[in-house]
Ligand binder design. Sequence first.
Ligand SMILES: *Cc1c(COP(=O)(O)O)cnc(C)c1O
Length: 391
Amino acid sequence: MSTAQQPHTPHRAGADGAPRTAVHAPTPTVDVDRTDPDYRSWLKEAVRKVQADANRTADTHLLRFPLPEEWGIDLYLKDESTHPTGSLKHRLARSLFLYGLCNGWIRPGKPVIEASSGSTAVSEAYFASLIGVPFIAVMPATTSREKTRLIEFHGGTCHLVQDPRTVYEVSARLAAESGGHYMDQFTYAERATDWRGNNNIAESIYEQLRLERYPEPAWIVATAGTGGTSATIARYVHYMQYDTRICVPDPENSCFFDGWLTGDATAHCTTPSRIEGVGRPRMEPSFVPGAIDRMMKVPDAASMAAVRALEAAIGRKAGGSTGTGLWSALRIVGEMHAAGRTGSVVTLLCDPGDRYLDKYYSDDWLAAQGLDITPYARTLDTFLSAGVWPD
Ligand SMILES: *Cc1c(COP(=O)(O)O)cnc(C)c1O
């Protein structure tokens, strides 16, 4: 059902770390005079507005998932649903806007375009509106209604495509036609984020664990969409010389696990992921396999059972990817408990469940997808009550 092994070979995004599969040329520079004082004052003002947004917002909570005290194992969820735009993509969008502005790629009056399964586009629409540029999201037609509503609420436009694999080319084409900027989260997520600190998600987790009984987690579990979050956390852990291990759980329909295991940079998957935000059809340039200690394949029905167990435990609904991470984190807790180890484990609450009431929380949707969560729900019940993870 799930495996966890070491990859055979080290991986690189490309020989020089460059994206393997970039589909767009750099933004043309002919249509703006960068020495124009009006452009420079627009740029300064745009950067100020993005920074001011960060300055106004508080850090996200580190919640405890209740486990029996005597296990000597503490499980936490970094609650990224409390950002102003409701997901961990708020961090990414802020970083991508600052990177695009400081690189001179985002220009006054020109649209920002993104290939997104939804959450990134919600956050980017918010930042585009903050600095007053148009925003277009290119998304699979299967994206939840609630996400398209949120993008439009923040003033963005949704461009839906039938084949999810075409989101990249369509975005690049729209940017070329409009003179806009294709943000390209799947290439730039890992490099737009300050991985050595600057209150990134990893630094924040360690700061919040400072007074806990196990301040240095044995494991941090983070799912991958762009791969940016897992790359930032893993790099920070290595940079700070911590002993924490990084596990990336992968949903059913995704190539990341196979690509990581075999070192095959051309690994791909033809079925789109059911878990919004995570699982990809290709090895994204922003996914950094070499930094990751372990991967785990998680059945989609297990992710669904886990989000329901989360609600039973802490009274909060979350998106499917939170379930994928929680299932994996609980398996690791089970391994530690079986081995008599104590310590802490951290995973993420990536976005709120109210975005998915008609999907993950709908029994009709589960039935239509052929997902039976009963055996997984039973496994979680047994584990949380008896401390034994059934085989
Ligand atoms: C993007 C996303 C993830 C994964 O984060 P990455 O940094 O892109 O790998 C997980 N869950 C949700 C809901 C997301 O939108």
